[in-house]
Design a protein around this ligand. Structure first.
Ligand SMILES: *Cc1c(COP(=O)(O)O)cnc(C)c1O
Ligand code: SF4
Length: 337
């Protein structure tokens, strides 16, 4: 899929363009471990990697602590034996996407908002993600020249916000994104564009001049919902990317997933939201894990999650407190815990 959706880098103009960083991602767990000085690590699983391959941009790996098997960034990407243990209640379609599909790659679950599964590609593979089981190949909105998705949005006058999601929508080349927004610009009832993306965090090179020019020219207010789970995911490259997005008028929010061993402490949560704010990003949602098969070892029980959220409320300014929610199949919004 990547080879068809990521065009060849325009090598003459941008020898280190984002596609190059994309292609150079680490895909071998042994290489990642050896870069971190961790040759032999118990629990690392070839079989789990065969089910959902490891993928980590080198710049993201560079933000992991050397020699620390418990590094919170490493835990998000390392394939483990624990993923293969069956866990009751953890299933393949945990959020009911199969039932909510309204057209090719279009999910219409909530009032006024259409979510486009723009593409199945991601620059990083997060072990806790529902994406590991989603049948993207047949279902992406971009695959059919956006035609079915645009037709579905045009036909439903109740839709005012289009959410580009995935996979990671910014894994599409900028001209492909422009193809969609050009078509949407002709639909009067579309008033807002939202982009759910982890790329400015995990591969900030993606926020290049072409993307910024596209963003500046859009006819709607734009909300970019980033996805960072730990303060260490930020760095100079990410700060430059978020500053550039803000300079083009985008509103920046962050959603995180509450993950055992990654960000399940008050210190980690406070640091995440304070560091995000320093990069111009406000917290939006703190998600309880979607109960997807293979992710059970990341789960934090609801009562512990609520207690953590209460402690965060006492510690953080109100504007740095994310909403603690869970996605429940069939609900008309994310459900507050
Ligand atoms: C999460 C989600 C949205 C966006 O919900 P907000 O509460 O507006 O962030 C929209 N559509 C679908 C299908 C979703 O899963
Ligand atoms: S959709 Fe988001 S959380 Fe899932 S693998 Fe891609 S980047 Fe990670």
């Amino acid at each position: 899929m990547q080879t068809t959706m990521i065009p060849a880098a325009p090598a003459r103009l941008q020898p280190t363009g984002w596609q190059q960083h994309w292609r150079e991602a680490i895909r071998d767990p042994r290489e990642l471990l050896s870069l971190l000085g961790l040759q032999a690590l118990a629990g690392v699983s070839e079989a789990a990697a065969a089910q959902f391959p490891l993928r980590v941009p080198r710049g993201f790996a560079a933000r992991m602590r050397h020699g620390d098997p418990h590094d919170p960034l490493l835990r998000q990407v390392l394939p483990l034996d624990a993923e293969l243990r069956p866990a009751p209640g953890f299933s393949l379609d945990a959020v009911g996407d199969a039932a909510a599909r309204a057209g090719h790659g279009v999910l219409h679950k909530y009032a006024g908002r259409a979510l486009l599964v723009a593409t199945g590609s991601c620059a990083i593979h997060c072990r806790y993600c529902f994406r590991r089981h989603f049948p993207y190949a047949e279902e992406t909105a971009a695959a059919a020249g956006w035609r079915a998705a645009v037709a579905a949005i045009r036909a439903d006058h109740s839709l005012h916000e289009v959410i580009l999601s995935g996979g990671d929508p910014l894994s599409l080349a900028t001209p492909k994104l422009a193809e969609l927004t050009d078509a949407l610009a002709a639909i009067p009832h579309v008033r807002r564009l939202r982009i759910h993306t982890r790329l400015p965090v995990v591969l900030p090179e993606r926020v290049d001049d072409a993307l910024l020019a596209w963003l500046s020219a859009l006819p709607w207010p734009v909300v970019v919902v980033l996805h960072a789970n730990h303060a260490n995911e930020f760095g100079a490259g990410v700060d430059a990317a978020t500053a550039a997005l803000r300079a083009r008028g985008a509103t920046l929010l962050n959603q995180a997933v509450l993950l055992r061993g990654v960000n399940d402490s008050l210190e980690a949560q406070a640091a995440l939201h304070e560091r995000g704010f320093a990069a111009g990003v406000l917290p939006y949602y703190l998600h309880q894990l979607d109960r997807v098969a293979g992710a059970a070892h990341f789960e934090v029980p609801d009562d512990e999650a609520r207690a953590l959220h209460e402690a965060m409320r006492m510690r953080l300014p109100g504007y740095l407190l994310p909403r603690l929610v869970r996605e429940v199949a069939g609900d008309g919004s994310k459900r507050p815990l």
